[in-house]
Ligand binder design. Structure first.
Ligand code: FCB
Length: 292
């Protein structure tokens, strides 16, 4: 891909045009210097409808959240999940806060990769470990942003593809998801469950896949993951159901089936235990949330 300079990025940025957040993805570059046009605070008391990823290129930002604040700096990425309150802008003492950002409605199967280990006020934070990783990430953000360019072919598909690579790379850099740290047999089980989430996979099948007895597998799983196999699967099912309720038109019975529950009443009970809201109320809450 051709090198994009800052002026190009700005010209592709929606900040320079009128844009709507009622879209699957909006991305841009926000350069802030003291007193400049973009030097103001963004207040989002209800968060946003979709996710937002943010990468600082220069200077410092200050992020206020529900129970405090923190600074973000060069080579740091942030992940704002839907509905998370935030107010942010250039940190007072900093001569700049230039950042790249992508607002997006995730594809449902991305949700397992949108869990970051380190969070403050529900906002994911991650420092890129070295220059090479930073350059790679910046390049991917630029790919997403430049796919807005007039005349680019397959713009949406290309942008979603680059975004998926950003999400995967960021997830690979999370310490807990780092495959080398996890017992490979447990990793096999987790991967299998993720791939076959709606299926009624029995522990016996998982045990034979990993050449362990069922009791040995349940023991190691609990030790590694801090929960039981079925408990872990339930959390995943509920979290995938949340995405389907938020981002699709499927009705509650269809959502229940899609994540592995034949009985919608049972699904609603499990869902309410996790979210303190019924699936219907959960959907309503997000319908009412402002886009921006
Ligand atoms: C722009 C901000 C950027 C991001 C998008 C959604 O105005 O500069 O940080 O929040 O809105």
């Amino acid at each position: 891909m051709e090198e994009l300079n800052e002026a190009d990025m700005l010209s592709f940025s929606p900040l320079m045009r009128s844009f709507t957040f009622n879209a699957f993805m909006v991305s841009g570059f926000t350069p802030i210097s003291p007193g400049s046009k973009l030097d103001f605070f963004i207040h989002r008391p209800n968060g946003m409808k979709g996710y937002m990823m943010n990468l600082t290129l220069k200077g410092k930002g200050i992020i206020h959240h529900a129970n405090g604040e923190f600074h973000c700096q060069e080579d740091e990425m942030l992940l704002f999940p839907p509905g998370v309150i935030h107010h942010y802008g250039r940190a007072k003492e900093s001569i700049a806060w230039d950042h790249l950002w992508i607002y997006f409605i995730p594809r449902p199967y991305w949700s397992d990769w949108l869990r970051w280990d380190h969070k403050q006020g529900d906002i994911g934070r991650m420092r890129l470990p070295d220059h090479a990783h930073s350059q790679q990430m910046i390049q991917l953000f630029k790919e997403v942003i430049s796919s807005n360019a007039v005349g680019a072919s397959l713009p949406e598909a290309m942008a979603m593809n680059a975004l998926e690579r950003i999400i995967l790379k960021a997830f690979q850099l999370q310490p807990a998801s780092n495959r080398h740290n996890r017992d490979p047999r447990i990793q096999t089980v987790c991967d299998y469950i993720i791939e076959h989430l709606p299926e009624d996979t029995r522990i016996e099948e998982l045990a034979s896949m990993t050449f362990l007895s069922t009791s040995r597998l349940t023991h190691i799983f609990r030790k590694e993951m801090g929960t039981t196999i079925y408990g872990w699967r339930e959390q995943l099912r509920v979290s995938r159901a949340c995405d389907l309720l938020r981002y699709t038109q499927l009705n509650v019975t269809q959502v229940a089936r899609a994540v592995g529950y034949e009985d919608p009443l049972y699904f609603s009970r499990v869902f309410s235990q996790h979210n303190q809201l019924s699936p219907r109320d959960y959907r309503k809450k997000f319908e009412q949330a402002p886009l921006f």
